[in-house]
Design a protein around this ligand. Structure first.
Ligand code: NAP
Length: 227
């Protein structure tokens, strides 16, 4: 259970029923403010490269490292994530973190998922490589290392050596791999800036997300936001 909501109502995929098969579930963690095509391409690339059965997109409720910053309501970020993933049968959006009270800790999310699924379901936690570098400082990092394999999605030209040095010098044994994703030249902050300037988001995020941003006047958009 998460709060008062049964787990099977939180958008969790049905996996693990065949005990002779190993299932691989990606958990795509991010603030998704807003979600964009870079996130979607990264998840699709992870499916191909890592042989994932499904990717669960997990918008953070109250992001741990963003307490001093204004973040769009979890409900709106979840709605955009749901819209963006709705046409891909391998992608699902989860309310698990937006419905959980308090600061969002990845260790809690992974523990909930680990408790829900049998051992033949492997969990791959996918997020930006910059976030992965900080993982040594996250709440209960040791537990994260026990619960999931980590996947750092990078932009081309990213200094992987730095990430490797930071994680190698940690006493915690993280199982981490990296994916280079050209589409990650796109970022949420770039999209927010474009909206502020009245510039188009077309081809940067799905049209359904653009419609949501416009309808709900997110990121300072007025009715005049260019589709
Ligand atoms: P962030 O610091 O805003 O993001 C760092 C970089 O990674 C940004 O360039 C960001 O680009 C990119 N990024 C973020 N999520 C991504 C994804 N799923 N795929 C590809 N690139 C991604 O990171 P954040 O969004 O706050 O946190 C990322 C994840 O780490 C979340 O699941 C969060 O809950 C978790 N986290 C946990 C703790 C903790 O447990 N203590 C602390 C920090 C973060 P965009 O802005 O374009 O996404």
């Amino acid at each position: 259970m998460s709060g008062n909501v049964p787990l099977d109502e939180l958008g969790l995929p049905d996996l693990g029923s065949d005990p002779t098969h190993v299932y691989r579930m990606g958990v795509m963690g991010g603030t998704f403010d807003p979600i964009h095509n870079g996130h979607l391409v990264a998840a699709q690339q992870a499916v191909g490269d890592l042989g994932l059965d499904v990717v669960l997109f997990m918008p953070a409720g109250r992001p741990a490292f963003k307490q001093d910053r204004q973040v769009t309501r979890g409900e709106d970020r979840y709605a955009m994530t749901l819209l963006a993933t709705s046409d891909n049968p391998m992608f699902l959006a989860s309310r698990l973190e937006v419905d959980r009270e308090g600061i969002t800790y990845t260790a809690d999310t992974l523990q909930t998922l680990r408790d829900h699924y049998p051992d033949n379901v492997e969990i791959y936690f996918i997020t930006g490589a910059d976030a992965i570098i900080d993982i040594v400082t996250w709440h209960d990092a040791e537990r994260i290392a026990r619960l999931a394999k980590l996947v750092g999605a990078t932009r081309p030209g990213y200094d992987l050596g730095r990430a490797e040095r930071v994680l190698d010098s940690s006493p915690i044994d993280f199982d981490v791999r990296y994916l280079e994703v050209p589409a990650l030249a796109i970022s949420s902050s770039y999209l927010r800036r474009r909206v502020e300037r009245g510039q188009s988001l077309r081809y940067l995020t799905p049209d359904s997300v653009i419609g949501f941003v416009r309808k709900h006047h997110l990121y300072g958009s007025g009715d005049e936001i260019v589709a």
